[in-house]
Design a protein around this ligand. Sequence first.
Ligand code: ADP
Ligand code: MG
Length: 234
Amino acid sequence: MHKSFGAVEVLKGVSLTVERGQVVALIGRSGSGKSTLLRCINGLETIQSGRIEIAGEEVTQDKEKLRHLRTEVGIVFQSYNLFPHLSVGENIMLAPKIVKKVAAKEAHDTAREVLQLVGLSEKFDAYPDQLSGGQQQRVAIARSLAMHPKLMLFDEVTSALDPELTEEVLNVMERLARNGMTMILVTHEMGFAKRVANTTVFMHKGRIWEEGPSQELFANPQTPELRQFVKADV
Ligand code: ADP
Ligand code: MG
């Protein structure tokens, strides 16, 4: 696929296949197109050419299809964007109730379930401002999971967090990965990518510059660009 903003092409023919249950890490310098790629995958951006398919369904800008797509693809950003006037439980139940028209009881049960998954069972009635950044981010992840997505996208979800809080969020993501969730994640955490992602994709200047099994890719970078990127990080 190709993606331009005005006259500027920022994704210059990107081709990527992610199997069900796979975890793919996207790495690369700032401006290389990682966020744009994620945003195209869940239809937040339109593409100029090419095609994106999720579980056999093409991503289009058709309103009805887009609504459905958003229930199947969860995306979590660096900023958690929880509703401050709603409790944790209410934040999590909102989309299932409104978008999926799930009954109150079921939405409640699901919210309990996903909160437990992110290790915050006791925070159901808390408000976002009573939580640490790491806890808020885990609620944001739980909120996505409550839609029972087929695919989860994470865009630098730990970048704004202190190391300690980063760790608890990464642990949640690792648990999701082990549970078989299909995930594409943009991360600066090279250790995490190496350990948890089956595949790591290195983006450079709007292209997939290198791609391979994570361990191999980090151990044996093939291009000077990736070699330099990996070296700069450690
Ligand atoms: P990354 O996430 O790897 O840092 P981005 O996908 O955010 O990179 O950005 C890729 C390129 O696209 C950058 O040059 C950026 O300035 C540009 N870009 C991103 N979003 C927009 C936008 N909405 N309008 C114009 N240019 C954009
Ligand atoms: Mg980005």
